[in-house]
Design a protein around this ligand. Structure first.
Ligand code: CTP
Ligand code: MG
Length: 393
């Protein structure tokens, strides 16, 4: 088996966010329904190369952060007390890592939009070069200004904005921090400490979306970026599959995709027996890693007797929303020997698209007979299959 190198991560979050002018540390401000720092941590926590995370926090925020991390399932994230400068916070985080650590990434809590590709590319680069900063070429022309007067216009083609993550051989970065601390030298990033040692530090092209949240308008930009492309901002693609069967029964309405279909018989079941919506709910829960409908709506529970499956679908969608999972498209196949479903396809599609907040072309419904074979062919019941694609933002 190929031995995979792993990456330790130090996330400084012990600032006050003075330029944000908020009541709290900006790392705790709400971004997309959760404190910004949780999103930042999760971007690394979800990455397969990451072996451990140390979050440097203020002493007085230690408890609240432990609770937030645990509630979000990020229980393996370690906390350490930050210092009075970012550099000290990072230094403390480095010291909290095991001495055997080979590679370390330092990433600001204030950059919650870092994506998996940036982390992967940074990690590949550091294994080759030993010290790398992620950054982007500047777009504006930069001036050197003194007492209100432009002194110099550096050649823009040589100028880069450095971001985080910045990634290093652990020994090298620890040595750089010790050297800076020994002389009281303060830098605003970690690359500069390694540069001071005279070691080469390589620049890896990152993404303009990986902004640092510093002033209030940065929050607006971050919200817009998140809303625009959840999957582009570090989310992952999820797929789910669902299957359900119900037997035909006399004196029951036939309800498919929340739509009443005229037929001689309906489907038997504890709820309204909407076989298509049941398959869809199972697919959605499957994509979210949340089990199946039996777990969430047990048919032994009287509360779900005769339940409107569209209402249950709504509850499933709320569970997904809580996990910040968005649905991209759904594809459903209903297996039925009768009735003919073609005349109702439009209505069913519209009903589901409305419930899922998707355009109709993202909700595909198909029907098939089974050539009179099997229980469907013998008109004993119906089956439905659903596949869904979702994004975790
Ligand atoms: N940071 C830290 N310890 C400090 C200061 C900053 O861990 N003593 C962290 C911040 O929480 C942030 C990152 O370093 O995630 C980058 O710093 P910056 O954007 O400057 O954040 P703040 O220092 O909190 O903001 P400000 O400078 O506006 O006060
Ligand atoms: Mg600061």
């Amino acid at each position: 088996m190929v031995h995979m190198e792993r990456l330790a991560v130090v996330i400084p979050a012990a600032g006050v966010g003075s330029r944000m002018h908020a009541q709290t540390n900006k790392a705790l401000l709400n971004l997309g329904g959760e404190p910004m720092v949780l999103r930042t941590v999760r971007q690394f926590w979800q990455h397969r190369a990451v072996q451990g995370i140390v979050l440097a926090v203020r002493q007085d925020e230690m408890l609240v952060l432990r609770e937030l991390l645990d509630a979000a399932g990020l229980t393996t994230v370690q906390l350490c007390v930050g210092g009075s400068t970012r550099q000290e916070s990072v230094h403390n985080g480095l010291q909290a890592l095991p001495a055997s650590t080979r590679w370390v990434a330092v990433h600001d809590a204030a950059r919650p939009l870092v994506d998996a590709a940036t982390i992967s590319e940074g990690f590949t680069a550091v294994q080759r070069w030993g010290a790398v900063g992620v950054g982007v070429p500047v777009k504006d022309t930069i001036k050197v200004v003194e007492t209100g007067v432009i002194k110099e216009t550096p050649d823009r083609t040589r100028l880069w904005q450095v971001q985080t993550p910045q990634l290093f051989a652990y020994d090298l970065l620890l040595r750089a921090h010790e050297a800076a601390a020994a002389t009281g030298w303060q830098g605003t990033d970690d690359c500069s400490l390694v540069e001071r040692l005279g070691e080469p530090v390589y620049m890896v092209t990152g993404r303009y979306t990986n902004i640092k949240i510093t002033t209030p308008e940065d929050m607006l930009v971050a919200q817009a970026l998140l809303a625009a492309a959840p999957a582009q901002n570090g989310g992952s693609a999820l797929v789910g599959f669902g299957y359900d069967v119900h037997a035909f029964a006399e004196d029951r309405p036939l309800i498919l995709c929340g739509t009443v279909i005229p037929h001689t018989v309906g489907l038997a079941g504890h709820s309204d027996a909407d076989v298509a919506v049941h398959a869809l709910m199972d697919a959605l829960l499957g994509a979210a890693g949340l089990g199946d409908i039996g777990r969430h709506f047990p048919d032994t529970d009287a509360a779900y007797a005769g339940a409107d499956s569209m209402e249950l679908l709504n509850q499933v969608l709320q569970l997904l929303a809580r996990e910040r999972i968005t649905v991209n498209n759904v594809d459903i196949t209903i297996a039925a020997q009768a009735p003919k479903l073609a005349p109702f396809m439009g209505a069913m599609q519209e009903r589901l698209a409305g419930a899922l907040s998707l355009p109709p072309q993202r909700v595909n419904i198909k029907a098939t007979t089974t050539e009179k074979l099997g229980f469907v062919g013998r008109r004993e019941g119906m089956a439905a299959y659903a596949a869904v694609s979702c994004s975790a933002g």
